[in-house]
Design a protein around this ligand. Structure first.
Ligand SMILES: C[S@@+](CC[C@H](N)C(=O)[O-])C[C@H]1O[C@@H](n2cnc3c(N)ncnc32)[C@H](O)[C@@H]1O
Length: 263
């Protein structure tokens, strides 16, 4: 159901008093500081990476990490518990989580599931946990820089949530589209999109669950997505953005809006 392009049926049984449309699901704004705080850069109260500072727009603080981990949960729900759909060989030997592993949550699950694979994951931010499976290695690196990996040394390269990470996809592997990937030399390209509702408005139970988690991610993530880009690129003031965010958060709880995003 979730991977179809069809219209998502609305759950008409939701009432105006439904608790899921009452208040905000967002947790406390409180964040805790990490001991290596001095190695980071701060903008508008959010923490950013210092390696190649300014090259990536999203914060990397604990709140941002919680967003990424919640996103991982939604991806897993969307794919019915699978970590990937690609027809990877049953025993991959060398695996790369390329385009920013983030908290490394996908990679850690993958390394657990494939203990005989040697897994490498890279990111600009050193936000990955110290305790990971022995077959997993994190590297702080910029994937847009010339690769130091031996050519064709991986039998599975994974990239997820690369929005806003790549200025020119052509240099990386080609735009996120079937045609351009094929032009870049990929064969058997399969292109699928999934609808993620924003809010628990669908009738379908799986989409309802995805929607509930996704709305929470929006509530908690909207400032992360907007603050850096709107101040740096559009010249907005932080206070103006907070007003915009407040309006969006209110609309996230508007029962009449059946929003979704395509992934
Ligand atoms: C939206 S997060 C996705 C994280 C992870 N792939 C996931 O799905 O949970 C994007 C990540 O890419 C990283 N990133 C952005 N540009 C990068 C670059 N040029 N080189 C390495 N990592 C990069 C960011 O630091 C961030 O952790």
């Amino acid at each position: 159901m979730a991977d179809r392009q069809g219209v998502i049926q609305v759950d008409d049984s939701l009432t105006d008093n439904d608790s899921s449309y009452g208040g905000s699901d967002a947790a406390s704004e409180t964040t805790s500081l990490r001991s290596n705080v001095a190695t980071y850069v701060y903008e508008n109260g959010r923490r950013h990476h210092s390696y190649r500072a300014g090259s990536y727009w999203c914060p990397n603080d604990e709140k941002a990490q919680d967003n990424l981990d919640l996103f991982h949960h939604i991806f897993t729900l969307s794919l019915d518990g699978r970590l990937f759909l690609a027809p990877v060989c049953p025993e991959p030997q060398r695996v790369l989580d390329l385009v920013g592993t983030g908290t490394g949550i996908w990679t850690t699950d993958f390394a657990d599931d494939f203990p005989f694979a040697s897994v490498v994951a890279i990111d600009l931010s050193p936000i990955q946990p110290p305790m990971v499976p022995p077959n997993l290695e994190f590297q702080i690196d910029d994937f847009t820089a010339p690769w130091t990996f031996t050519p064709q040394s991986f039998d599975f390269i994974h990239a997820r949530s690369i929005y806003g990470c790549v200025a020119g996809y052509g240099a990386l592997y080609a735009e996120d589209s079937k045609d351009l990937m094929e032009q870049a030399g990929f064969a058997n390209v399969t292109y699928r999109t999934f609808k993620w509702p924003i809010g628990p408005w669908p009738k379908d139970p799986k989409l309802k669950e995805i929607g509930a988690y996704n709305r929470l991610d929006w509530e908690e993530g909207i400032e992360r997505w907007a603050m850096y880009l709107f101040t740096k690129c559009l010249g907005w003031r932080a206070e103006e953005i907070q007003v915009l965010i407040a309006g969006i958060k209110s609309e996230l709880h508007d029962k009449g809006i059946h929003g979704y995003q395509e992934m």
